[in-house]
Design a protein around this ligand. Structure first.
Ligand SMILES: *Cc1c(COP(=O)(O)O)cnc(C)c1O
Length: 503
């Protein structure tokens, strides 16, 4: 059902709250507020009853697909179920109302939590130092690259090239450029991993580092990682690990042991903070001892039984975030790791790998798997067979919405033609995986029997196929009766309601 704007529900004089009778003498408002600060007319706020407010927002919340409704197999994003207990922890008044300028001696508990989370993340990844400041994975990438830059500056070396595999996430080259580097793309081989010959051809004296995602965006472990490490370090270059796919490695193997010098960890992917829609995340950056002096400051340290912020770090790249980072996300990650423990974390990754491989085994007959045979926590199918029959990955993704499940990531990584990138995560049951497989297999059959239905999907969602670029650039959420299920973009292009003029 479509939900009107709250301004359209508004009726003059309707109230959602009752205030007690005034117990002080009434004063005209212009005797209290300077003339220049007074409005000439009242604000145009919606006038609605309390239950209309509640219904409005409940209805809106159910228009969106989200993890509390069903499987969200968005590859590369690790959209797993996030225990509600973490929300309770993050909302504890002692955490939630903490003022960031409170003196160190009064926030020992919060500092301890950050220190201990840092220690646990170092242990999980085999790294020597950490900063929790970066607010997202991409921010962690930039932070790591700034440290790499400062490292080479401190040695008087001119190195300005970052090597990025052609399967990499777009943030890798973007962060490199913002960090003051240029990038060079390294090819993947037929297995979907780094082509060692192409890597060797790129190794020159100006290479600062390689940025590797492991397992990579195809869900495949870089089995030549030891050789890659030897090549890069032998060339005087550093190793950056994009840790977005850490959900596959917990308790199984550690990036630090593979020789990575620096990595980021997406707490909102691996360590259970609800994300998507630009919500807050955290991208802590962990380093080995070589890069430790360059960490953002302050670094949280434990001196005896006190937790302190050490600002006295002359080689630090400085602060990369106001105050401490996204503290609520840090609390959630801490709660999640403590609740799982070492064995539980290892079970997380093993479950994620098992679920992905089970789902793949159900889908392989109908869809092409261009790279690898045994991926880890995610896999990338190609809809190229379906495309020969006139149906694209996009159409399949849209049709999945009619089956009541969220579509997987599509058209990424770029090296897979008509890519459908699927990451079921460890938190889905066998029934849920079976339903998702059933939906994809049914759609594949529909291509033979009912192709138009697939091509015109979705049919059951509040809006149909939008002009996605226009919808993003000209945000307009106004519902126009009669245009609801119309053609591309009609909902987004409708005019603003006359009664609402935001200031
Ligand atoms: C998600 C992701 C990133 C970026 O992380 P954000 O937290 O979204 O900034 C980088 N690399 C890979 C492989 C990712 O999946």
């Amino acid at each position: 059902m479509l939900e009107p704007l709250i301004y359209e529900r508004s009726r003059h004089g309707r109230r959602g709250a009752t205030l007690p009778a005034l117990d002080v003498p009434e004063q005209p408002v212009d005797s209290l507020i300077p003339r220049g600060a007074l409005r000439t007319e009242g604000p145009r706020l919606p006038e609605v009853s309390e239950n209309e407010v509640v219904r409005h927002f409940i209805n809106l919340s159910s228009l969106n697909y989200h993890l509390d409704r069903g499987i969200y197999p968005l590859g590369s994003c690790t959209m797993k179920y996030n225990p509600k207990m973490n929300e309770v922890a993050a909302a504890m008044p002692g955490f939630q109302h903490l003022h960031p300028l409170t003196p160190e001696s009064h926030v020992q508990g919060a500092l301890r939590l950050m220190y201990e989370l840092g220690e646990m993340l170092k242990e999980i990844n085999g790294m020597a130092g950490i900063s929790l400041q970066p607010a997202a994975g991409a921010h962690g990438e930039l932070t790591g690259l700034m440290m790499i830059r400062k490292y080479f500056e401190s040695r008087g070396e001119q190195r300005h090239v970052i090597l990025v595999p052609d399967s990499a996430h777009g943030t890798n080259p973007a962060s490199s450029v913002i960090g003051g580097f240029t990038t060079a793309s390294v090819k993947s081989n037929a297995e979907g991993t780094i082509d060692l010959d192409d890597l060797k051809a790129h190794l020159a004296s100006d290479v600062a580092a390689i940025m590797l995602t492991n397992p990579n965006t195809l869900g495949i472990f870089e089995r030549d990682i030891v050789e890659i490490e030897k090549l890069l370090h032998g060339n005087g270059s550093l190793m950056y690990m994009d840790g977005a796919n850490l959900n596959a490695l917990l308790g199984i193997t550690r990036p630090g042991d593979h020789g990575f010098d620096v990595m980021h960890i997406n707490l909102h992917k691996t360590f259970s903070t609800p994300h998507g829609g630009g919500g807050p995340g955290a991208g802590p950056v962990a380093v080995n001892s070589r890069l430790e002096p360059f960490l953002p400051r302050p670094v949280i340290e434990k001196h005896g039984d006190r937790y302190v912020m050490n600002w006295n770090r002359p080689l630090s790249i400085g602060k990369v975030q106001t105050f401490f980072g996204n503290f609520g996300v840090i609390v959630r990650a801490y709660a999640y790791i403590r609740a799982n423990g070492a064995k539980g974390l290892s079970a997380v990754s093993r479950g994620a790998i098992l679920n992905a491989n089970y789902l793949l085994s159900r889908l392989r007959g109908a869809f092409e798997l261009p790279y690898g045979t045994q991926p880890l926590h995610e896999f990338v199918l190609s809809a190229s067979r379906q495309k020969e029959k006139g149906v694209r990955a996009l159409d399949i993704a849209k049709r999945l919405l009619d089956y009541g499940v969220h579509a997987p990531t599509a058209y990424f990584p770029l090296i897979v033609h008509e890519a459908l990138m699927i990451e079921p995560t460890e938190t889905e049951t066998k029934e849920s995986l079976d339903y998702f497989a059933h939906a994809l297999l049914e759609i594949d059959k529909e291509i033979e029997t009912n192709k138009e239905t697939v091509l015109n999907a979705p049919h059951t969602t509040p809006v149909r196929r939008l002009d996605e670029v226009r919808a993003a650039k000209q945000l307009n959420v106004k519902y126009v009766p009669g245009e609801s299920s119309g053609d591309s973009g009609s909902v987004c292009s409708a005019g603003r309601p006359d009664s609402f003029s935001p200031r």
